[in-house]
Write a protein that binds this ligand. Structure first.
Ligand code: HEM
Length: 496
């Protein structure tokens, strides 16, 4: 009898909640992404998101349904540059959603990317400006050039054997640059490639991001996984591969922190060192350095790989670019590189075309609610949008799937150029705009120019080149936190 009554009560409560979420909720008037969206984001989205297609599918839905689409009981996706500018304004009241950003926290010490409290975030950002501001980044040139030089030498041995697989190759370079910057010593990713391996902790970033939908909807699963892995390790001595590699990485990172404290062994320049002098608690500085390896590596490496692939298909543009670099004496000076229009155009277009930072950047509507696109969204609603949707906007970037550096060579002030500049938000905007923007530009300018100094880039299958000025079409990809091409991006490198 008790069972029948309690089951009945559960059913009534469930029925009432369903009526609420479908018909009475303040979000009920917003079009649903799928029939089950008002019940659970995971239910309608998981199959698509797990395949890395959510940021590819949602813009199509927005085209049909408008700027706001309900993607969960209290979650809304938006696609509108006006809303994007409000949500990501410098003093925006929309804070980062802790449910998502907490998944990136290393060892319980939130770093800039994962700090969600606006005041704490602003304070950490001021500290980090000491190394990331435009005026400071040129000091990293020698470190970057040295690392790129070893990579270019490594390429000689692989390119002699045949096609170069750009994905792991560029990832190794960028991981070495970022780790050398962050810790003072490179993680040894290029060396590892020499031995035919990829550093596991870097490879795992992709795998981790593919599990984000589960993690963010069921954070308890993350804890459970770590608990289980630890338990299996203690009882059986068996180590699960991802735990091993992150343990190895943690040990390596801890040893770098010790080296920083040792005045004799301390590397001359490292983010860890600068931060520890800035009175940031050492464990926070360590987490900051570790966390940087994700956003600082996947993005620039994917971009570099896409640019090299696109240049292999556009010999005329490539040779014009080489002539410009030659005329500039293969300079490594940041200001000189910034004044080579074709280099800037190829990198800017590469950043736009690759759209490497695909994640939907979730923010929380402040208390009291907010009016967006004519709808009142209650406080606590999670709203999100991917910056890369704006990079593919057809009005701002005609033929968005094409790698077309010439769009950036037009300097006149026209409606088209102001639209182009307005929609170029690869690093997002506002208080959380990418802190690594100048770092990324310098890294890409140098990697691209130093590679072109030694090699010409050619397509693997010449049949793909339909014309000399062939504009590459964006290779099929999966998009999670970062974008990952489905097929290998391969080129032939020939010594000049
Ligand atoms: C093409 C290269 C890059 C792209 C497209 C890119 C994109 C982005 C985007 C869209 C965000 C905003 C994320 C959010 O609001 O949650 C971001 C934040 C961030 N990026 Fe980058 N990024 C790039 C390179 C780098 C590099 C090279 C580094 C470091 C060496 C870096 C470090 C960071 C950090 C620490 C944040 C957090 C900033 C904050 O919350 O204040 N990024 N990046």
């Amino acid at each position: 009898m008790v069972f029948i009554i309690s089951s009945g009560l559960v059913l009534v409560a469930l029925g009432a909640w369903l009526i609420y979420t479908y018909f009475l909720s303040p979000l009920a008037s917003i079009p649903n992404a799928g029939f089950l969206a008002p019940v659970s984001r995971l239910l309608w989205e998981f199959p698509v998101e797990y395949q890395g297609r959510i940021t590819l599918e949602l813009p199509k839905l927005h085209k049909r349904l408008g700027p706001l689409v309900r993607i969960g009981p209290n979650q809304v996706s938006f696609y509108s540059l006006d809303i994007y500018k409000k949500v990501h304004a410098p003093n925006s009241p929309f804070a980062k959603d802790p449910r998502v950003y907490s998944q990136f926290v290393q060892d319980g010490h939130p770093a800039l990317f994962s700090i969600t409290d606006p005041k704490e975030h602003a304070q950490r950002r001021r500290h980090m400006g000491i190394v990331f501001n435009r005026s400071k980044v040129p000091a990293l040139t020698d470190m970057m050039v040295g690392t790129i030089d070893s990579w270019v030498k490594y390429l000689a041995s692989v390119s002699a054997k045949g096609p170069v697989d750009l994905g792991p190759t560029c990832r190794a370079l960028e991981s070495d640059i970022v780790s050398k910057f962050a810790f003072g010593n490179a993680i040894g990713a290029v060396k590892s490639l020499h031995l035919g391996k990829e550093v596991a902790v870097i490879k795992e970033n992709d795998i981790k991001s593919s599990k984000m939908p589960v993690y963010t909807n069921f954070p308890i699963l993350v804890g459970l996984w770590h608990y289980l892995a630890d338990w299996i390790f203690k009882v059986t001595g068996l180590v699960l591969s991802s735990v091993t590699s992150s343990q190895q990485f943690d040990q390596w990172a801890d040893s770098q922190l010790l080296a920083v404290k040792d005045t004799e062994k301390a590397p001359s320049l490292s983010f860890l060192k600068v931060m520890s002098e800035e009175r940031i608690p050492e464990q926070s500085a360590l987490s900051e350095a570790k966390e940087m390896l994700g956003p600082g590596t996947d993005t620039t490496s994917a971009t570099l790989a896409h640019i090299l692939y696109a240049l292999s298909l556009n010999q005329t543009f490539q040779e014009d670019l080489v002539s410009d670099l030659q005329a500039a004496g293969w300079s490594v000076d940041m200001s000189a590189l910034e004044s080579i229009p074709r280099l800037v155009a190829s990198v800017k277009e590469g950043i736009r075309w690759t759209g490497a930072a695909a994640a939907m950047l979730p923010r929380i509507v402040p208390q009291g609610g907010y009016l967006l696109a004519g709808k009142h969204l209650p406080g606590g609603t999670m709203i999100s949008s991917s910056p890369i949707w704006y990079l593919r906007d057809e009005t701002a970037f005609p033929d968005p799937e094409r790698y077309r550096p010439s769009r950036w060579l037009v300097q006149e002030n026209t409606e088209a150029t102001s639209l182009r500049d307005d929609y170029y938000v690869p690093f997002s905007k506002g208080a959380s705009t990418c802190v690594g923007i100048h770092f990324a530009y310098l890294e890409l300018f140098l990697s691209l120019s130093q590679l072109l100094k030694r090699y010409s880039i050619h397509p693997v299958k010449s049949s793909r080149v339909t014309a000399l000025d062939h504009e590459a079409i964006l290779p099929p990809r999966r998009e999670w936190v970062a974008a990952v091409p489905i097929d290998r991006l391969e080129v032939m490198l020939l010594e000049r």
